[in-house]
Ligand binder design. Structure first.
Ligand SMILES: NC(=O)c1ccc[n+]([C@@H]2O[C@H](COP(=O)([O-])OP(=O)(O)OC[C@H]3O[C@@H](n4cnc5c(N)ncnc54)[C@H](OP(=O)(O)O)[C@@H]3O)[C@@H](O)[C@H]2O)c1
Length: 288
């Protein structure tokens, strides 16, 4: 099995390289821009993959509001390019998507076939990417995830640890609920999916996968600061805020909990409770 991972320098791309060893070929933007078909095909020729993973994306949710063309080019046109190249080469594609395709008005975990209604440019562009992959390639697996944390890159855990060093007080929103997911757990799930697809076990289509359970950004921050305090680090006072008190360019879903029972039923992939994943991420950060 040889997995070619586009977006190889991102959070998930790096976690896949760590978890997959020689089976994973990471391909960063400098080597192949997914919006450029010739670069994608050259990467196929160089690495000769047996399966392709698209971990490349425009993930700056607020920035996307002011640059929709760029967000759509990367999140919708790029996946279309990859789907077409995979079709021509007879390769399956695992494509990553997001809880932000939903509007957050549900009060039970979202299932794969629930109606989508993204609130912002990022979610709309990712939804367009899903549609392009479904339309362009039968052998696709779309994996929606949420609230990804890892020891590197841009994520909530690292932001909270940085703010803890800089500020005496931090306000975090209490009215957005979701499921923190580590890039490491996501990488393990993708490697397992890849092995099953390659073994001919079937199970293409759309799936949800996150850490188990759910929390708010505020309570996730409280968890991080509790662990930091246990290590003797100085932690700030944590204040509850509403989304109205913390306006951002992009609106975010108030409820983005994903129902992950389908991936368990079809592929036997179990969720790990989010605090276990966040603690493992913190350990990795503090042991580096
Ligand atoms: N992070 C989350 O909380 C979250 C939540 C739900 C779903 N997801 C999805 O999970 C997947 C992985 O996310 P992540 O957290 O690993 O994202 P990330 O850390 O932002 O990594 C994305 C990578 O894609 C690269 N990239 C951007 N445009 C590209 C292009 N045109 N061609 C090739 N590479 C390009 C970026 O390179 P540059 O740094 O050079 O731009 C970056 O290395 C994405 O599909 C994302 O939408 C993420």
């Amino acid at each position: 099995m040889t997995l070619l991972v586009f977006g190889g320098a991102g959070q998930l791309g790096r976690a896949l390289a760590r978890a997959g060893g020689d089976a994973v070929r990471g391909c960063g933007r400098a080597e192949a821009d997914i919006t450029r078909p010739a670069e994608v095909v050259a990467a196929f020729d160089r690495h000769r993959p047996t399966l392709v993973v698209n971990a490349a994306a425009h993930t700056a949710v607020d920035q996307a509001e002011s640059e929709p063309e760029r967000a759509f080019a990367i999140n919708a046109d790029g996946p279309a390019v990859l789907a077409e190249a995979c079709r021509v080469h007879g390769l399956p594609l695992i494509h990553l998507s997001t809880d932000y395709v939903f509007d957050g008005s549900a009060r039970r975990p979202y299932r794969e076939d629930d109606p989508t209604a993204p609130l912002g440019v990022y979610g709309r562009s990712k939804l367009a990417g899903e549609r392009a992959v479904r339309a362009g390639l039968d052998a696709h697996l779309i994996l929606r995830t949420a609230w990804v944390v890892s020891p590197g890159g841009r994520n909530f855990v690292l932001t909270m640890l940085r703010l803890a060093r800089e500020r005496a007080e931090i306000g975090v929103v209490t009215d957005q609920r979701g499921s923190p997911t580590s890039a490491a757990a996501l990488a393990e799930a993708i490697l397992r999916l890849a092995a099953r697809l390659e073994a001919g076990a079937g199970g293409f289509g759309t799936f949800h996968f996150t850490g188990g359970g759910a929390t708010t950004w505020h309570d996730l921050a409280a968890h991080i600061f509790r662990r930091a305090a246990e290590r003797g680090l100085t932690v700030p006072v944590l204040k509850p805020l509403s989304s109205a008190q913390f306006p951002t360019p992009a609106r975010r879903p108030a409820w983005s909990v994903l129902d992950c029972s389908r991936i368990r039923a079809v592929h036997g992939i179990e969720q790990t409770p989010w605090p276990v994943l966040v603690d493992a991420c913190l350990e990795q950060i503090w042991s580096a």
